[in-house]
Design a protein. Structure first.
Length: 445
């Protein structure tokens, strides 16, 4: 039986689950009983889009008090002021962190290029952070955030909310329990196209009056604003300096259960067989091949993981392992020694061949709530499962694919311990970028 549902439906279910977990009478009792030390004082960097989803789900927790929101576009934060009149609104996240010293937690839900600067600044102040995927724009940033979280002993969570959903968790358990045997290879894909082969438009426009272009640029180099949605609010994902392309956007989601199930470490090598980005934008139709060290869940001493996006898909001989089952738009195929698992994005795993697994009971796993897990961990109840100890290495691996795409048909040998490629010095130039003058951040610049 198929069980596919959209991201919007997933968020609706997550919101319902969060609300159901704290029924109205319980919320009322909890708020009356909570002392100030039990109340989590929270701020959001970002006020709409993914930030709006994050904020809505955080705000459902009965022990959370929303204190402040920062957004470079005042029209995005204004609705929250109507809903929470006591909330303080900022344009500049730096001013928010400077003035709101009592904060416990911060969610960072901005374009990719600002994840690391904001999260690092917040962590240096001792704030627990929930950071959207990908954790950072560059690999060096990921490593530094992971180290800071460990050093400060902070609660962290990356916004791969499907990580806590029962479908992904069930897929992880199937692999861990050896239901399809040892894993020989994995193929993961996403049909999105966050790329653009066109050159930069030769024009400059006036930013909207409510939108602070300089603050939006943040650590990136100054440049003229281009309207018509070229950068803001969504197409920044296509631009090299701001987004991380289709792989960066969706790879942390799709690779999550692959990493988790196989308990992968850092890859040994990465090779792109797709087109290279141009001077300004990421390319479409990526194909990236990884070799990882084997684990107790793999069939050999190494295991091959391949990513496809845009119009690219696993080869016919892999798709044929599913029989007549069509490939979903996004997902992974785990090829094991005893069978095959199809794990669609936000849907239940399917095992093949059907004749082998039709009557096989699968692990029963309940839905979790990614946001509640983070907030309860802040309160000292349990731990996060997508903290930077897990999501940092995951993000590093995904971002390696973006670097490899700049050097098509070249196998890059990766040394994770020294954070460098050992066979192509030019590739190391894309592990870390220079921040704009005046936007330096300690530990990153």
């Amino acid at each position: 039986m198929k069980n596919h549902f959209s991201r919007r439906e997933f968020l609706r279910r997550a919101t319902f689950a969060a609300t159901a977990a704290f029924s109205a009478p319980f919320i009322a009792r909890s708020l009356r009983a909570a002392s100030p030390s039990n109340t989590i004082l929270h701020a959001s960097i970002g006020g709409s889009g993914q930030a709006g989803s994050d904020l809505q789900l955080v705000a459902h927790h009965p022990f959370v008090k929303l204190v402040a929101i920062a957004d470079v576009d005042s029209t995005k934060s204004a609705p929250w002021k109507e809903r929470f009149p006591e909330v303080r609104i900022y344009h500049d996240w730096r001013e928010l962190l400077e003035k709101e010293k009592q904060l416990d937690t911060v969610n960072v839900s901005t374009p990719d290029h600002m994840h690391a600067p904001i999260a690092m600044a917040a962590m240096q102040l001792g704030k627990h952070v929930y950071v959207q995927k990908p954790l950072t724009h560059d690999i060096y940033e990921t490593r530094q955030l992971t180290r800071m979280a460990q050093q400060k002993k902070l609660v962290t969570q990356m916004g791969i909310q499907i990580h806590s959903a029962s479908a992904y968790r069930q897929g992880v358990q199937i692999v861990r329990e050896g239901v399809i045997g040892k894993i020989k290879e994995v193929h993961s894909w996403c049909g999105k196209g966050w790329g653009d082969p066109a050159p930069l438009p030769a024009r400059q426009d006036t930013p909207p009056a409510n939108f602070d272009w300089d603050l939006w640029l943040g650590v990136a180099a100054a440049r003229p604003f281009i309207g018509g949605g070229y950068y803001h609010p969504g197409n920044w994902r296509k631009r090299l300096d701001f987004g991380t392309g289709t792989f960066g956007d969706m790879g942390c989601h799709i690779f999550d259960p692959v990493f988790n199930a196989l308990e992968l470490t850092a890859p040994i090598s990465v090779r792109s067989e797709g087109p290279a980005p141009n001077q300004w934008n990421w390319a479409n139709d990526g194909r990236v091949h990884y070799v990882f060290p084997g684990t107790p869940h793999t069939a050999e001493m190494t295991v091959n993981i391949t990513w496809y996006d845009g119009d690219q898909r696993p080869p016919a001989q892999v798709a044929s392992l599913l029989g007549s089952e069509p490939l979903p738009g996004t997902g992974s195929i785990f090829v094991g020694t005893k069978g095959v698992m199809l794990l669609p994005h936000i849907a239940r795993p399917r095992l093949f061949p059907d004749s082998e697994f039709a009557d096989r009971p699968l692990p029963k796993v309940e839905d979790g709530n990614h946001y509640t897990q983070f907030l309860e961990a802040v309160r000292g109840n349990g731990k996060t499962t997508a903290g930077f100890d897990f999501s940092g290495p995951l993000t590093e691996a995904v971002l390696l694919g973006g670097v490899a795409s700049r050097f098509p048909s070249t196998t890059l040998q990766w040394n994770a311990k020294s954070l460098k490629f050992t066979n192509l010095r030019a590739a190391n130039e894309f592990l870390r970028r220079k921040y704009r003058k005046g936007w330096e951040v300690k530990g990153l610049s």
